[in-house]
Design a protein around this ligand. Sequence first.
Ligand code: 13P
Length: 246
Amino acid sequence: MRRKLAAGNWKMNGMQASLAELARLAQAHRDSAVEILICPPATLLQAATAYAPLTVGAQDCHMNASGAHTGDLSAAQIRDAGGRAVIVGHSERRADHHESSQMVRAKARAAQAEGLTAIVCMGESAAQREAQNTLDIIGGQLAGSIPDTATGENLVVAYEPIWAIGTGRVPTLAQIGEVHDFIRARLERRFGAGVGRSVRILYGGSVKPDNAAGIFTVSNVDGALVGGASLTAAAFSPIISALDAV
Ligand code: 13P
């Protein structure tokens, strides 16, 4: 069985004072069956590890183990700081930092080599969806961004339509289900049924307390990657509870 995962991506938000939100979450969900992962900015990563049962991840890593890469973090450094996972290939990094699927794949491989879970993000633009190219785009990003080293423990796939991120617009449940079923089928075809069925697939893009329960009923949705609504316990907690209730 795949353990449900509620992951919060804080992006470039959060100060020391924000750690109080983690204390509230940890208290409210101390007996949760759902895995709760917080990906704060790097400045808070180590401090965020103090709030069990919450686990902590980073928002990006470099593909190399160490060296002259000013401003970057290696997977080993994330692990050393207490991180257990890292988001790679978020659409904001693909756009802002010109990251190709090939680079994302190298980052995911580096993360897995250090024992981290790589949360590999993918998603279509509004124009690509309107042109009915969604499954082609996702198929290409899957093939290009996921390394051969993937297992059910070291890979999570996050489907995040770019047009749904931070917009309040969410695909229909049928649209989410179509993409998640497609991702599952592709994972099974490439890695075999054992690994393919054990990889968790998250939906991300404007997940909020009022739409989470519906999204979590969709087949092959194993949880969510939440941006804005993960910044406060008041907003993230009901999403976690909705996932726990599935
Ligand atoms: P929002 O939940 O703010 O739309 O962000 C989604 C996201 O990009 C998570 O990685």
